[in-house]
Design a protein around this ligand. Structure first.
Ligand code: FEO
Length: 166
């Protein structure tokens, strides 16, 4: 059983996760158009991950005998200055998602909602990994600068990423 407030914030979190998917799909589209197929692959895998995050919450609401309420998804930006710009925006967005997850955890503690608290632990751990991945790629991009061989090498590395559902 979920409280009305918990139901509402979990539904909102589905929307945030699908917006995240949409944002990274937009970054993937931009990368493809810029000839950066490795970056395009990385962001498309990220899109898939975000959809699994949304579906985890969708299933959890169902499992608690409640109804999922879907809302409009905001249009994401479609143009980016550079690969570094995309990853800085990714990190900024992930920090926003981390804050949102932390607020959900706070509410679960306040309501003594142990089931939701346990459910959210996976997301807490996932956010650490997501921010860490973004920080690592940002550091590499700063190291190599905006163009040339270094960017080509990073593009090749990001082409290796494969989607694994967890
Ligand atoms: Fe679903 Fe990137 O957090």
């Amino acid at each position: 059983m979920l409280s009305e407030q918990m139901k509402e914030v979990l539904n909102n979190q589905i929307n945030k996760e699908i917006y995240s998917a949409y944002l990274y799909m937009s970054m993937s589209a931009h990368s493809t158009f810029a000839g950066l197929n490795g970056f395009a692959n990385w962001f498309m895998v990220q899109y898939q991950e975000e959809m699994t995050h949304a579906m985890k919450i969708y299933k959890y609401i169902n499992d608690q005998g409640e109804k999922v309420k879907l809302m409009a998804i905001t249009q994401p930006p479609t143009d980016f200055d550079s690969p570094l710009d995309m990853f800085e925006k990714t990190l900024k967005h992930e920090k926003f998602v981390t804050k949102s997850i932390n607020e959900l955890v706070d509410l679960s503690i306040k309501e003594n909602d142990h089931a939701t608290n346990i459910f959210l632990q996976w997301f807490v751990t996932e956010q650490i990994e997501e921010e860490s991945n973004d920080n690592e790629i940002i550091a590499k991009l700063k190291l190599v600068g905006e163009g040339g061989n270094g960017l080509f090498m990073i593009d090749k590395e990001l082409a290796q990423r494969v989607f694994t559902s967890s």
